[in-house]
Design a binder for this molecule. Sequence first.
Ligand SMILES: NC(=O)c1ccc[n+]([C@@H]2O[C@H](COP(=O)([O-])OP(=O)(O)OC[C@H]3O[C@@H](n4cnc5c(N)ncnc54)[C@H](OP(=O)(O)O)[C@@H]3O)[C@@H](O)[C@H]2O)c1
Length: 342
Amino acid sequence: MKVGVLGATGNVGQRFVQLLEGHPWFEIGALTASSTSAGKEYSEAAAWALPDEMPESVANKTVRETGTDAVGDDVELVFSALPSSVANDVEPEFAGEGYIVASNAGWARMEDDVPLVIPEINPDHLGLLEVQRDERGWEGGIIKNPNCSAITMTPTLAALHPLGLDEVTVATLQAVSGAGYMGVTSMEILDNVLPYIGSEEWKMESEPRKILGEFDGARVEDADVNISASCNRVPTVDGHLENVWCRFDDDVGADDAKEAMRSFTTLDLPTAPDQTVLVREENDRPQPRLDRNAGGGMSIVAGRVRDDGDARLKYSCLSHNTVRGAAGASVLNAELVAERYL
Ligand SMILES: NC(=O)c1ccc[n+]([C@@H]2O[C@H](COP(=O)([O-])OP(=O)(O)OC[C@H]3O[C@@H](n4cnc5c(N)ncnc54)[C@H](OP(=O)(O)O)[C@@H]3O)[C@@H](O)[C@H]2O)c1
């Protein structure tokens, strides 16, 4: 299937290009960016910032200005790595013209008819695409993946939810790549920690409740779990680390919690990792540098799972924020849509 990448020159766009190289189902048919990049070859327009070389297959492709006329009729599905303010206008145009949009951008994640999906957790929420089509008259549709910090802890919460999860407190240590290529300057972040990331806490407190919620065929009822988040930007390049405290209805042992995480659903899709949540036993793991590429950057790595008294547990978890937290999440969502709907 031919696919397009919108915002292909940015941080997340480059990850899309990397992950789609050699993909068994998808082939890049179009690359778009802003008017500044339009008309240039991809190798000139993208300041390639990933450790592996830029794939040769895209280097000479011409980048087009983002819009539906930049993508050929043979493309069925587009990935969006656009800033939210731009995606807000562009994504509905694509959906209206019949494209499936697998989007990273924050806008509309919490809208009632927009599926916010982690395929291992809530594939049934894809049913909202039908609701979306009926209500908005689109021939295509928009499917979202969660914010990079929410996606790190949500699979661990999904594993613990059946054990009577009631309340979650989380403190994040988020990598600089999560802010985009021009996000924070070196003078702000070196030798420093920024204890505020705009609107991140709200996303962490709301998105997991929707993902863990029940879809009744028409709408999603949010899960009844209270979440309180405190978000920090730290001077690591990739990999968001999170410290999580959970309270349950009744006592839950650390061993039971680890078993629930280890045995959490895995999927047979090309980008799905062999193990969705990897649990480590060392008391100094997970670490961003050592663990962010686990499962090709698609596994969540948990560790330090321990009792915290009175029906409480605490642990740490980590994921690669531009792979599982962004481009990889969208590619996995697109694989799910392709397998079930196209
Ligand atoms: N970084 C992460 O870890 C992460 C994680 C989850 C979600 N996200 C979300 O993913 C999206 C992309 O983030 P990013 O970090 O990749 O940002 P970025 O590095 O700033 O890249 C933005 C991309 O959008 C293009 N663009 C900017 N303004 C445009 C316009 N007016 N019209 C058309 N294209 C335009 C840029 O093209 P030019 O190169 O031509 O300017 C570039 O390709 C955002 O919505 C972000 O919130 C990011």
